[in-house]
Design a protein around this ligand. Sequence first.
Ligand SMILES: CC(=O)Nc1ccn([C@H]2C[C@H](O)[C@@H](CO)O2)c(=O)n1
Length: 105
Amino acid sequence: MKPDITFYRRFAADILSDKKTITIRNQAESHFNPGEKLRVGYEDNNDIFCTIEVISVVPVAPGDLTNDHARQENMSLAELQAVISQIYPGEQQLYVISFRRIDEC
Ligand SMILES: CC(=O)Nc1ccn([C@H]2C[C@H](O)[C@@H](CO)O2)c(=O)n1
């Protein structure tokens, strides 16, 4: 079965240990709704590694990212800003998807 959302493999350990509780995505992945349960897979092969429940989806401009966002990503703000500009260069509107992990698969 295909995942509903994927993550780079390097972030999986932080999700599975509940250190990472948000992800920041662009418009294409802003359609999730609070309460929705998502199968989470690896970006490189789509293997599912856990299930999460969406808590909220909130718009954010890249320039408005804070230390609080970084803490929830288990990164420094500088690291988060670097990751975002690598994945979403030039995007002006992003979305913070907050989640809680339900299951390890
Ligand atoms: C397709 C795609 O966009 N995949 C992504 C996007 C983001 N992430 C991670 C990287 C950071 O930890 C946050 C913020 O974007 O989410 C990802 O793993 N895969």
